[in-house]
Design a protein around this ligand. Structure first.
Ligand SMILES: Nc1nc2c(ncn2[C@@H]2O[C@H](COP(=O)(O)OP(=O)(O)OP(=O)(O)O)[C@@H](O)[C@H]2O)c(=O)[nH]1
Length: 372
């Protein structure tokens, strides 16, 4: 999952590390040369002043240990002091040190289908964190860069996150969740997976097939319901989606069911019918949550659709299917920042258990190889 993006982030870290490593070496060499020149100048001055006694007095009051100075007594003392301060010394990461790596990173993010404004935000965050950061000579630049990358990715990925399980637990039952998104992205499979997810957590579900538009939709969702032994409410093709979901809520009320999972027709977000449909469901059923489903592999297309669906009928969160087949990760990184609504789940395969709660910290850790 997201392997290509992971490699690209790794390259950025290496680039900055190399640049600052070179800079540290140069600074160290420069300092050594300076210290040496200073030592020579001091030695010359001491020779001029002439008396050994004076030199000893100075050595005592300098606070520099005898041990470290023993080899450099006299002419080497200034150098030793400088070297000591260098061992503790720091270099400052400057704009020019990160400019090239940041440019490469921008290209890499865009190639990975990260949305432009999100890529810019990530770069801005990293620049803010890195430029002016001090890095001690004896510390790893990788740590400094990793922290900057970690923080900037987390900031854009975790926009709007909330605890899904807690929200469901605290809501009055039945909780009604409506699923929107275009056809063919795995919406139906996701509803089936979530039905299993809730069952595993002790919550009962009823599925409502509000996709009365597409031929064969009933059969498809019925197959999942049968596999999972779940109750399903359907109407004839061409029926009113709001009426199907209403019936499911009624069923849930009279049968003590915890969660209603309502599918909707996967029409295009530009369809007027879709808006009417969602508006009517909102009015008739008053869902507790509307979740947008799309496939991670659709990259920028998924990001744009999420934005358009959210603009048309506000969503509470998104689910990205087929993350297992996505090496780019652009949609996973961009959707929350673009819509202001969190990604709540990732679909990770075709089985009913192949769904995981979206955890921004975990995703960032995965992208940066922190768990390896
Ligand atoms: N690899 C993988 N395949 C998935 C995932 N989710 C769904 N699929 C597959 O994607 C295909 C389409 O999924 P469906 O749920 O049937 O979606 P659809 O009926 O085409 O479209 P809608 O239900 O309208 O979204 C099926 O073969 C699913 O098994 C996932 O997370 N990973």
């Amino acid at each position: 999952m997201f392997d290509s993006l992971k490699d690209k982030l790794g390259s950025f870290r290496k680039d900055v590390e190399e640049t600052t490593e070179e800079k540290a070496e140069e600074a160290e060499a420069e300092a050594e040369a300076e210290a040496e020149a200073e030592a020579k100048a001091e030695a010359a001055a001491e020779a001029d002043a002439g008396t050994q006694t004076t030199a000893e007095t100075e050595s005592d009051s300098s606070g520099v240990s005898e041990e470290s100075d023993s080899e450099d007594a006299g002419s080497g003392r200034g150098f030793a002091q400088k070297a000591k301060s260098f061992a503790k010394g720091e270099i400052v990461i400057e704009e020019q040190d990160v400019e090239d790596p940041l440019w490469e990173l921008e290209m890499a993010l865009l190639e990975s289908d990260v949305e432009l404004s999100v890529a810019n935000e990530i770069l801005e965050n990293i620049r803010e964190d890195l430029v002016g950061a001090t890095r001690s000579f004896n510390s790893e630049t990788a740590d400094v860069v990793e922290e900057a990358l970690h923080d900037s990715l987390l900031k854009v990925i975790s926009v709007g996150q909330f605890d899904f399980d807690q929200r469901i637990a605290e809501a009055d039952k039945p909780v009604t969740i409506i699923f929107t998104g275009v056809n063919g992205v795995g919406k139906t499979t996701t509803i089936a997976k979530l039905s299993k997810y809730f069952e595993d957590r002790g919550l009962s579900t009823v599925i409502a097939n509000g996709d009365t538009y597409r031929a064969g939709a009933n059969e498809q969702i019925e197959e999942h319901a049968e596999n999972l032994d779940k109750k399903i409410i359907t109407h004839e093709q061409g029926g009113d989606p709001a009426a199907v979901i209403y019936d499911a809520v009624e069923y849930a009320n009279s049968n003590d069911i915890d969660v209603v999972l309502g599918d909707t027709a996967g029409r295009l977000h530009t369809d007027e019918g879709l808006m009417d449909q969602l508006e009517k469901i909102g009015r008739v059923v008053g869902p507790d949550m509307t979740l947008f489903v799309d496939e991670a592999v659709a990259g920028q297309d998924a990001v744009q659709r999420a934005k358009q669906f959210n603009d048309a009928a506000e969503i509470d969160g998104a689910i990205l299917t087929k993350a297992d087949a996505d090496s780019q990760g652009g949609a996973a990184i961009s959707i929350a920042h673009v819509t202001g609504k969190p990604i709540l789940f990732l679909g990770t395969g075709q089985g009913y258990d192949d769904i995981e709660q979206f955890d921004p910290e975990e995703l960032v850790g995965r992208l940066l190889g922190e768990d390896e």
